[in-house]
Write a protein of this length. Structure first.
Length: 235
């Protein structure tokens, strides 16, 4: 082979290696997916409920989903009600562990949790735009429940990221107040709002809708339909 041909072959091989490397690389090495909900039975591995039995959860193969099957949540908004969908350890249902809990995970490297969400255009109100407010809760290794919420637009798949530093202790509800760590004393006492010893479980709650003018949930029959997929830890 001439020197020129050798150089050309070397260049082609190098290019092929670079392309192959790009194709084989995981989409986002900083994301560790813990729930994909691709199985029809995925719904059996989540715990969910609502005060007024107004939340339905199912498995959906909605064609618009680029992530395979997803969890579909349908919720009728009732004033003063609550709802939740949870997955992980330490729940009442013991079969709700994540599909993937990496062994020997260094929690110091994990900075938050992300999820994919698609919200269908909200029915029952003429107002536009309508957005949906959703809370993400984390139950940390101590059993403390911390929360951050997001306002999500309708009509497209979005990735929401909730970083641990944004979470605050839920003052409205804890299973065990001894799990909360505090700073200060007496009336000046505030919680550290810190994720300690990793994450046992995650939980979502649909808090309601966000519109320009207030909506009367007693007279307006509003239903929120949304899909959740690819819950992941962020490295
Ligand atoms: Ca999926
Ligand atoms: Ca804590």
């Amino acid at each position: 082979m001439t020197r020129l041909r050798k150089t050309a072959v070397l260049l082609i091989v190098s290019a092929a290696v670079v392309i192959a490397g790009t194709l084989l690389r995981p989409a986002n090495p900083r994301r560790v997916v813990i729930s994909r909900f691709d199985s029809r039975d995925a719904v059996k591995r989540v715990e969910y409920g609502s005060r007024d039995f107004n939340l339905a959860v199912g498995s959906s193969s909605r064609s618009a989903s680029p992530f395979g099957r997803s969890l579909k949540l349908s919720l009728k908004l009732i004033p003063g009600s609550y709802n939740f969908l949870a997955c992980g350890q330490g729940l009442i249902e013991k079969r709700c562990e994540w599909e993937n809990r990496p062994a020997r995970l260094d929690w110091d490297e994990i900075s938050g949790i992300s999820y994919k969400i698609f919200v269908e255009p909200v029915k029952g109100t003429e107002q536009r735009p309508v957005m949906v407010k959703i809370a993400t809760d984390i139950i940390d290794g101590d059993g403390e429940i911390l929360r951050a919420s997001r306002i999500v637009h309708t009509g497209e798949w979005l990735e929401e990221r909730v970083y641990f530093k944004e979470l605050t202790t839920r003052y409205d509800y804890q299973r065990d107040w001894n799990s909360v760590k505090w700073t200060g004393t007496g009336d000046d006492k505030t919680s550290l709002s810190r994720v300690d010893n990793g994450v046992k479980s995650y939980q979502f709650e649909v808090l309601g809708i966000v519109t320009e003018r207030p909506v009367d949930l007693k007279t307006e029959q509003i239903e929120v339909v949304l899909y959740i997929d690819e819950v992941a830890l962020i490295r």
